[in-house]
Design a protein around this ligand. Sequence first.
Ligand SMILES: Cc1cc2nc3c(=O)[nH]c(=O)nc-3n(C[C@H](O)[C@H](O)[C@H](O)COP(=O)(O)OP(=O)(O)OC[C@H]3O[C@@H](n4cnc5c(N)ncnc54)[C@H](O)[C@@H]3O)c2cc1C
Ligand code: FES
Length: 289
Amino acid sequence: MAVAGASQQDDSRCHTKSLYRPFACRVELVRDLTPTEKMFRLVRLDGKEFGHRPGQFMQVSITGYGEAPISVSSSPTRGEYLELGVRQAGTLTAAMHALKPGAEIGLRGPFGTFFDTDAMKGKDLLLISGGCGLAPMRALIQYVVDRRDEFANVTILYGAKSPQDILYADELDQWEHAKNLQCQHTVDNVPQGTCWDGNVGLITTLIPPLEIDPSNTIAVIVGPQIMYKFVIEQLFKKGLGDKNIIVSLERHMKCGVGKCGHCTIEHLYCCMDGPVFRLDEIAHLKGAL
Ligand SMILES: Cc1cc2nc3c(=O)[nH]c(=O)nc-3n(C[C@H](O)[C@H](O)[C@H](O)COP(=O)(O)OP(=O)(O)OC[C@H]3O[C@@H](n4cnc5c(N)ncnc54)[C@H](O)[C@@H]3O)c2cc1C
Ligand code: FES
């Protein structure tokens, strides 16, 4: 059975006002992940649940600094908070990086399609992420870890540019030591003078040695644009079909709710029809990958 990105946005479209109005959240915890990425744990001031699913994103805003889409990086199975992994890229994210616990921040969402974990039940999962892609992938990994019995073999692969760019290093270590998961990570290169005894090479080098049952495997890929083509090539060599490969795509976004047209891939709106797509839905579209 194929797994598609699923959407809960059809319901929320009825509540147009609430789509545009941010709700207030308090920053509970800020943690450095790398020199350029921080993790933020947020709770809603109104005490309501976020209602997110792994793979979805929030529109995050700070008055005077604008708004940006950021993927949810924690699973709803972890409680009433929501975590974001944020790279300092420009105006809004720089303002976020200056926040301390106790600060308030605005959120809209959750928006977009999500990883269809119901359709993944009983399947072998191959979860492949690169760079900042581990942020949304972490939400799915946490979900799978918390409901481990629902899934068959689970393999996690992660690639970062260098040792200092590795996100969630402590959790990667836990996943690598978990008896019911297979987890490996690699770095593209190791700067001189850096202590590192792990894998070196592109993430694609981790795929050929894997034993994969293509008839029962769902692969999920989240990472920088350049990664998709080469990872998909390796998965095709393993016999996986495009209906069993799920990707999450990033596009420039403004409204997040299908109104402004900034995020289109041909006829699709990445903010509503995505960001999670099944490969066969988008592979033929110009500029999708
Ligand atoms: C679905 C989705 C999920 C995402 N999830 C995450 C996530 O989990 N974590 C994360 O860190 N990011 C994520 N992003 C990316 C994030 O939304 C962008 O990095 C966003 O632009 C950050 O907003 P900003 O205001 O900080 O940056 P901006 O101010 O918009 O700047 C972003 C980039 O544009 C450049 N720029 C800005 N203005 C100009 C200009 N005038 N001329 C030339 N270049 C300019 C900046 O130098 C910078 O490189 C996601 C994006 C999408 C679409
Ligand atoms: S971000 Fe506005 S239509 Fe998608």
